[in-house]
Ligand binder design. Structure first.
Ligand code: ADP
Ligand code: MG
Length: 327
């Protein structure tokens, strides 16, 4: 009797799941006003109105993170990273729990990557940013070395109890470019999974976070861009379940001097742009970790990157070398 009963429960559960999925349709929306890039969300929802309403909630969350993590502009009514960079060298600055949590993750990213991803490298990264914008010269090593004297992550003092941030070195500054999109994608995924949809793919400028499977039972498919400009096809296409896929590459943000390419990812050891690979993609559960790892493995030689990769459960990587060969 007990067995029959459990069989009936199983059948009715299956029916409920099927009827949930059957009514859902695929919708897609694109945003160009967050994280200085193109972002999109694909999700299964009951109808267009419901999808739009859900997207509004997600968009609000993305805008919040976009404004808080901004190092170039201030925003009314909030203390963002630009404000912190300007004031935290003088005295502790009150910061939102979101900033405290993200900076705490920044310290974790430093630890995981053996110092290769350092959010306190703002002084060095600003020099490269300005020279990249100008586009004609490479900075002198002497000015890079001087800036590198102000990148010690232990000078970033986070007081979780009082929710404040302080720089023990007044010339230090933060640049969270290596982790912000992945961190926000992870938070967006967690929020969407809890409140909006049972299955979705969120793409913040190439930082992809997915959850659930499609109503028909299929996995989300993610394409990895081919860094080879002559390529006519994606590097690879893969099915993923509850995974994030993040790529760091030298083919989107770079400049050239005397025929040599200088990309936007800087090796903290040499203070020069990383030059080992064309791209590195990470596949793992947590999008913030994937973002940090993709930057770190782009900088490091492959064997050192593999060591870091092995410390993260379930994480996988695809390296593409300078000759566009997949490793
Ligand atoms: P993208 O932002 O293009 O997706 P990444 O996630 O690799 O690429 O982050 C690159 C950005 O991170 C740079 O634009 C810069 O702001 C910052 N950055 C570059 N090198 C480092 C580094 N070694 N540690 C921390 N941040 C870095
Ligand atoms: Mg990154």
């Amino acid at each position: 009797m007990k067995k029959v009963f459990s069989v009936i429960i199983c059948i009715s559960l299956t029916l409920t799941l099927c009827s949930c999925g059957r009514g859902l349709k695929r919708f897609e929306k694109t945003y160009s006003d967050v994280f200085d890039t193109i972002s999109s969300v694909v999700a299964y929802d009951t109808d267009g109105d419901s999808f739009e309403k859900h997207c509004d909630e997600l968009h609000k969350l993305l805008l919040k993170y976009n404004n808080l993590f901004d190092i170039y502009n201030s925003h009314d009514g909030i203390t963002c990273l630009k404000d912190i960079n300007e004031k935290a060298g003088k005295s502790p600055v009150k910061a939102s729990p979101e900033i405290i949590d993200m900076l705490t993750f920044g310290k974790k990213a430093y630890k995981i990557t053996g110092g290769t991803v350092n959010i306190c490298m703002g002084s060095v990264l600003k020099i490269w940013h300005d020279y990249r914008e100008e586009g004609t010269r490479v900075p002198e090593m002497s000015i890079l070395k001087k800036a590198a004297e102000h990148c010690d992550i232990s000078d970033l003092v986070i007081d979780e109890k009082n929710s404040t941030v302080y720089f023990a070195d007044s010339e230090m500054s933060l640049d969270v470019g290596a982790i912000a999109k992945g961190y926000a994608a992870q938070k967006a995924k967690e929020f969407a999974q809890e409140n909006l949809w049972s299955s979705a793919l969120i793409n913040l400028g190439g930082n992809i976070a997915t959850f659930g499977i499609k109503p028909g039972g299929a996995q989300w498919t993610v394409q990895i861009e081919n860094p080879d400009p002559r390529a006519t096809q994606a590097l690879t296409t893969m099915g993923v379940v509850d995974k994030s896929v993040v790529t760091s590459g030298d083919y989107q943000r770079f400049y050239e001097v005397d025929g040599k390419r200088y990309c936007h990812i800087i090796d903290p050891k040499t203070l020069m742009p990383a030059d080992n690979f064309s791209s590195v993609s990470i596949i793992c559960e947590d999008s913030a970790i994937a973002d940090a790892l993709s930057t770190a493995l782009f900088v490091l030689p492959k064997d050192e990157g593999e060591g870091i990769l092995n410390s993260i459960e379930g994480a996988k990587a695809i390296w593409v070398d300078k000759d566009y060969k997949i490793l």
